[in-house]
Design a binder for this molecule. Structure first.
Ligand code: GLN
Length: 279
């Protein structure tokens, strides 16, 4: 399975290098210096003056999505641009399957992941996580007329039991891991991305989708007849991930994130995409 995803990843990367060579790649300068220095991208070091190669999965609005110019936009792209700016680096974003992100870090084909990626102990054995920069909640999306409903547990919190239901998830996400652990693999259908899982829900192929709350809100707004259950399946923290052996970059990025948190930049970026809800 790992071998397969690495092979697929190299195909994706080969494809994107081809695009870059043709001038159609998704290279986004951290700041507009007015000079065309994108030629350096293949040889540059991952330090000042170099290229910060970020991997993400751009089907996860508002954290990352493809904008009308076919470039990766969203909270993570803006935070990464602010980090690259602080480090004096040029940001280059590659879109790939979520489950390919950690293998790509380990293979050294990308330097950093910002992908609404949840800090999780198993992942932390494979990569280093920076300080967290946002929070997420795993939620359950169901059709409006679904019989799946949260009930109050002994502590007075709303809880949902998905036993026996067919659950759609995005492969390799925490939603996938939790549901596989809790309900068994035979009840969990994996999809390459959230929109495909939601399409399967619309077609009746799955009974519900477990996914992060902000993308869930976007998917529900884009598809009629769906709702998000009033229950928090799990609360999570998002952080950037960097390869274990890339300690110099890790220190620089972590300091940048700490500064961008302290001066309110990250909060401003998040609020631009997720306006504080009126209580
Ligand atoms: N937060 C979830 C995870 O880390 C999903 C992230 C995503 O799909 N981009 O697994």
């Amino acid at each position: 399975m790992k071998k397969l995803s690495i092979a697929m990843l190299s195909m994706v990367l080969a494809g994107s290098m081809l695009l870059t060579a043709c001038g159609g790649g998704n290279t986004q300068p951290a700041e507009n210096t007015g000079s065309d220095d994108t030629q350096q991208s293949e040889t540059a070091e991952n330090t000042e003056g170099g290229v910060l190669r970020m991997g993400t999965n751009a089907t996860f609005p508002p954290y990352e999505y493809m904008d009308e110019n076919n470039e990766v936009a969203g909270i993570d792209a803006e935070i990464a641009a602010a980090i690259a700016d602080k480090l004096g680096m040029e940001l280059e974003i590659t879109d790939m399957a979520f489950e390919s992100l950690i293998p790509a870090l380990q293979a050294g084909t990308i330097d950093i992941v910002l992908a609404g990626m949840t800090v999780d102990p198993e992942r932390a054995e494979q990569v280093n996580f920076t300080d967290t920069y946002a929070t997420g909640v795993q939620v359950v999306i169901v059709p409006e007329n679904s019989d799946i409903a949260p009930v109050e547990n002994e502590e007075g919190a709303m809880e949902v039991d998905l036993t026996g239901k067919t659950i759609g998830v995005q492969t390799g996400t925490t939603g996938d891991l939790y549901c596989t652990d809790d309900y068994g693999q035979e009840f969990v259908k994996q999809f390459d991305n959230g929109p495909l899982a939601v399409a399967a829900l619309m077609n009746g192929q799955v009974d519900c989708v477990v996914i992060d709350n902000e993308p869930a809100k976007n998917y529900v707004a884009a598809n009629e007849g769906l709702k998000i259950l009033d229950t928090a399946f799990a609360n999570e923290d998002y952080a950037a991930a960097i390869a274990k052996d890339n300690t110099e970059l890790f220190e620089q990025v972590n300091t940048a994130i700490q500064e961008l948190k302290a001066d309110g930049t990250i909060q401003t970026i998040i609020e631009k995409y997720i306006p504080a809800e009126a209580e």
